[in-house]
Design a protein. Structure first.
Length: 168
């Protein structure tokens, strides 16, 4: 039997107040509030990453060594030409234009379905502020993760196609 403990409490995360004053209801206040929400989402993503690492540790104890090595390989595998760095990105808007640009950087083509949703998935990505260098695969996975209930992205490496599926 294994026991794991960690230090985590609600006191670690500062609450963010999102209030709009009717007199100061402007694009700046909306933009500031959305930026605070994106920072909160980043904190949540980091917490999920920590939980995933814990789950990986637990899974490693229940798998054979060969199963665990295959699992790690699948999670860390980057398709051919998607390891290219994308540089600094500061994007807030529809996901498709960003996806098409990074796909083109790696020599891939985006295949969209004939029927598109009424509202295109939105993504906010700012590597300038965080200072993180992302590759093409990281950006594609960030787009998918931020819209996981609306979109599914499959990378077909041999054909160099990125297949998009929307959930209706």
């Amino acid at each position: 039997m294994i026991f794991a403990s960690g230090c985590s409490s609600f006191k670690d995360v500062e609450p963010i107040a999102l209030r709009f004053n009717e007199e100061s209801f402007s694009n700046d206040s909306i933009s500031t509030s959305l930026y605070k929400l994106s920072e909160s989402a980043e904190v949540a993503a980091n917490a999920q990453r920590a939980l995933a690492e814990l789950a990986n540790g637990m899974a490693s104890q229940q798998m054979t060594r060969a199963q665990y090595n295959e699992y790690v390989f699948q999670k860390s595998y980057i398709p051919r030409d998607m390891e290219r760095s994308v540089g600094d990105i500061e994007w807030s808007g529809p996901a498709m234009p960003l996806l098409k640009v990074v796909a083109e950087m790696a020599g891939y083509v985006v295949a969209e379905p004939a029927h598109k949703p009424l509202f295109e998935p939105i993504v906010r990505l700012n590597t300038v502020k965080t200072g993180k260098q992302l590759n093409v695969n990281d950006v594609i996975r960030a787009i998918e993760a931020s819209n996981k209930e609306e979109i599914s992205i499959d990378i077909i490496e041999d054909s160099k196609i990125i297949n998009i599926n929307y959930f209706y």
